[in-house]
Design a protein around this ligand. Structure first.
Ligand code: HSE
Length: 412
């Protein structure tokens, strides 16, 4: 019997056990031996769960049981999860996880430990929920130089933006709904401020470019400042506003990575990704553009990726499948985002807004003014030409002497 343990019986943990046990017979066939979830580690009791008899509270029971070959760490966070993962890998057990915070913070180190002990550390569920992206990037697209990755990587914020745009729902109500549906993080600040998407783009960039990209080195802004006014201007000009995580290879081999809301042209498939769905576009020098799409959060979609990794580990108990990147805290290979070119949507307020048009055009050169229904006379919105962001900021600083800069959102 090949046995599995699950650490954390929350949304993803209970989904993992449910899906695994539902398809256990088929999974056993795929592996070639019977397999079973033997333990579920959680602080709480679950007397009403059909798997109540497997609930344990002592981590050492898993660590010291030779029958346990694979452990799903779905407890989240970087404290207990880090300690448990390290000790399990060192004890020769494979670990699979949906824990993007841990992979983004300690991925290089944990992968190294896994290789040293000839076991696996797999994390397909850490990015894009149920969407296969880690394995394709690591295997199917391995023959390419990855030129760019851009994606909607957070289901909660996409759900909220969608509700704001389509249903005119206010931000707080939409967030509450996302929490009720089990999409949001325990502390939804990580979703709405972009930290969750940042961890995910860091994982993808580390995988694509071979060096650990640490979240604290990546500029990150969330959706809390996006207003219904901005959404109206964007819609009217043929754009959707999406929270985008992106990483790009620049001339000279350095990279840039950033998470921020962006105006996405409606001609881009990313603009039509609605609700809790995520989508990731990858551009390779051989394959061109490919797109991955699916449910980016939620119990069973995320469990689907966790269970897939469990099966992979159970099939490869005798070898470590190669996923790795260098641990590299020196960030000189990351170009500061202010030195990267962007076009920017800008909304300003001034008493004499329309009279400023000539001087704004002088400042920026060729730019595009955009409209919305019932635009107030003291408001103006425009899209700058593509230029280095530092230069845009300098020009906006000059403009701020005669107008209040209300919003700045990059274009994709
Ligand atoms: N809170 C995350 C999201 C869960 O909304 O995408 C999946 O990582």
């Amino acid at each position: 019997m090949k046995n599995v343990a699950v650490i954390g019986y929350g949304v993803v943990g209970s989904g993992t056990v449910e899906l695994f046990m539902k398809n256990r017979e088929a999974i056993s066939k795929k592996i070639g031996r019977d397999c079973e979830v033997k333990y579920i580690l959680d602080l709480r009791e679950f007397p009403d769960s059909p798997f109540a008899d497997r609930i344990i509270h002592d981590f050492d029971t898993i660590l010291n049981d030779d029958e346990i070959e694979v452990v799903a760490e779905v407890v989240g966070g970087t404290t207990f999860a880090y300690d448990y993962t390290k000790r399990l890998l060192e004890a020769g057990k494979s670990v699979v996880t949906s824990n993007k915070a841990l992979v983004a913070a300690k991925g290089a180190e944990l992968l190294k430990i896994a290789h040293e002990h000839n076991v696996n550390y797999l994390f397909e569920a850490s990015v894009g929920g149920g969407i296969p992206i880690i394995r394709p990037l690591n295997k199917c697209l391995a023959g390419n130089t990855i030129e760019e990755i851009a994606g909607i990587l957070n289901g909660t914020t996409n759900f909220i933006l969608n509700k704001m745009i389509k249903d005119q729902m206010d931000f707080d109500t939409a967030l509450k709904l996302a929490q009720e549906l089990g999409y949001a993080e325990q502390d939804p600040t990580a979703d709405v401020e972009g930290h969750d998407a940042c961890r995910k783009i860091c994982i993808l960039a580390s995988l694509a470019y071979g060096k650990h990209v640490y979240p604290e080195k990546v500029h990150c802004s969330g959706i809390t400042n996006v207003t219904l006014d901005d959404i109206a201007y964007a819609e009217n000009a043929g754009f959707a506003i999406k929270l985008i995580g992106s990483a790009k290879l620049l001339d000279g081999g350095k990279i840039t990575a950033i998470v921020c809301p962006r105006l996405v042209s409606k001609t881009n498939l990313l603009a039509s990704v609605d609700g809790v769905y995520n989508a990731i576009t990858v551009k390779g020098d051989g394959v061109g553009d490919v797109m991955f799409y699916g449910q980016g959060a939620g119990k069973l979609p995320t469990a689907s990726a966790v269970v897939g990794d469990i099966i992979d580990c159970l099939k490869h108990t005798d070898r470590s499948v190669m996923i790795s990147w260098d641990d590299c805290y020196d960030d000189s290979y990351i170009v500061p985002y202010k030195s990267v070119e962007n076009a920017m949507y800008v909304r300003i307020q001034a008493d004499n807004a329309d009279e400023l048009k000539a001087s704004i055009s002088d400042l920026f050169g060729k730019l595009t003014y955009i409209e919305r229904a019932n635009r107030p006379g003291n408001e103006l919105a425009f899209i700058t030409p593509t230029m280095v962001e530092k230069e845009i900021d300098e020009k906006l600083a000059e403009l701020s002497h005669s107008a209040e800069i209300k919003s700045k959102i990059r274009l994709l």
